[in-house]
Design a protein around this ligand. Structure first.
Ligand code: PLP
Length: 395
């Protein structure tokens, strides 16, 4: 019989010539399980999605309850669906008052697309500014913001009127002008290899946007929902963006994204023409029910309060001169090595020994560490022992 692995290679689209090819039978808590009893501690969290671990029982229960009521009923924005309404209300209660309206999407890239549209229409300006080494998704609008020419060149022409600044470089903020509709920025650059900006840069950025009338859009698709030890990473930087984009971790493992703004900004999609931004499945009731449960888990299990201690333990156990730098904020971490060969060898060794780690799109010389926030001290110790062994062997 032809195996699933062979069918994967034959019948499903390949996004690289070297997929990792782990077959997954089940996932629970911080563990991924293979079909032959293999188990892996998941230090990737499905790329910053499984912040409360896989298949949290409270999320499964909420999904089951919603399954008994309704699945998809109509396009977004027409019927009153309690899971959407309640989750939007809960999100807004956690945010500063300037956030007043939530638009739910299926994914991060769609949140980026919607945010750019409302920023352009609200300001009447056309130019968007992004940062070098940024990643905001793979749809054509989001890809226009990717701070990596190879991707832009391969799929051009993309959106016109996109300019770039250097992340965390105050001098490059002068590129933001009165022609700028919006600056789209990751609160912490993820795929660039976890680059945490300074407080001074973030304050100067906010000031420059205020002075030029450009909207500030934060991409918290990777950093959001507790990953950095606060629910939203912008809370670390004493500034508030005009539009906030979320996805990945908010759905508790289900597909969900959102962009959130002041009501007057969001209202531009209502008229001239009406129905200015439509999605069939965005804010799916099952995803919103899962998201509500996931938020409750973060709050009730006080996961944010446990992050600093877990980070300190990772840093203590991974302290070795062979790791050039440990960058990060909260449980969004990055171990800087010297080469991709080292990264590949260490991550392969880890996988062979039951620990799943990965690397970054624009920084292949660093290991990605982003475990579920629910990881225990014992699991951190087991994982770090394996990582250290791999590093001693291959670096
Ligand atoms: N923004 C950031 C910072 C991301 O890391 C990603 C995905 O990795 C996206 C946007 C796009 O999200 P999605 O893959 O859900 O479209």
């Amino acid at each position: 019989m032809i195996s699933n692995r062979e069918l994967f290679l034959k019948n499903t689209a390949q996004t690289s010539s070297s997929p990792r090819l782990f077959e997954i039978e089940k996932a629970e808590g911080v563990y991924l399980y293979g079909p032959n009893g293999e188990s892996y501690i998941d230090l990737v969290s499905g790329f910053n999605v499984s912040n409360i671990g896989h298949r949290h029982p409270k999320v499964i229960e909420a999904i089951q309850q919603q399954l008994e009521k309704y699945l998809h009923v109509t396009v977004y924005g027409e019927f009153v669906q309690a899971p959407q309404v309640q989750f939007a209300t809960e999100l807004l209660a956690l945010l500063p008052d300037s956030f007043q309206s939530v638009y739910f999407t299926n994914s991060g890239a769609e949140a980026v697309e919607g945010s750019m549209k409302i920023a352009k229409k609200f300001t009447g300006r056309k130019e968007i500014i992004a940062a070098e080494k940024a990643y905001h998704g793979s749809t054509q609008g989001a890809l226009s913001l990717i701070g990596n020419e190879a991707y832009r060149d391969a799929y051009g022409p993309l959106l016109p009127s996109i300019q770039f600044i250097r992340f965390n470089d105050i001098s490059s903020l002068e590129n933001i002008t009165t022609a700028t509709a919006a600056v789209v920025l990751e609160a912490i650059q993820g795929e660039a290899g976890v680059r945490v900006p300074t407080l001074a840069f973030m304050k100067a950025l906010r000031e420059r946007c205020d002075n030029t009338g450009a909207l500030l859009i934060f991409d918290e698709i990777q950093t959001g929902f507790g990953r950095t030890g606060k629910l939203f990473a912008f809370e670390h930087f004493e500034i508030v963006p005009d539009i906030l984009m979320l996805a990945k971790g908010i759905g508790g493992g289900m597909p969900l994204g959102a962009f959130i703004a002041r009501k007057e900004i969001m209202d531009v999609i209502k008229e001239n023409p009406m129905l200015g931004h439509i999605t069939t499945f965005g804010g799916h009731p099952v995803s919103c029910a899962a998201a509500r449960a996931s938020l409750k888990v973060i709050q009730q299990e006080q996961l944010l309060a446990s992050v600093d201690g877990k980070v300190a333990l990772f840093r203590e156990l991974l302290h070795t001169p062979k790791i050039k730098e440990i960058r990060g904020l909260g449980l969004m971490m990055c171990l800087q090595l010297d080469s991709f060969d080292q990264v590949y060898a260490v991550s392969s060794y880890c996988a062979e020994n039951g620990v799943m780690i990965d690397w970054y799109l624009h920084c292949e010389t660093a290991l990605r560490i982003a475990p579920p926030l629910t990881i225990s001290e014992e699991e951190i110790r087991i994982a770090c022992k394996i990582i250290r062994e791999g590093i001693e062997k291959f670096c």
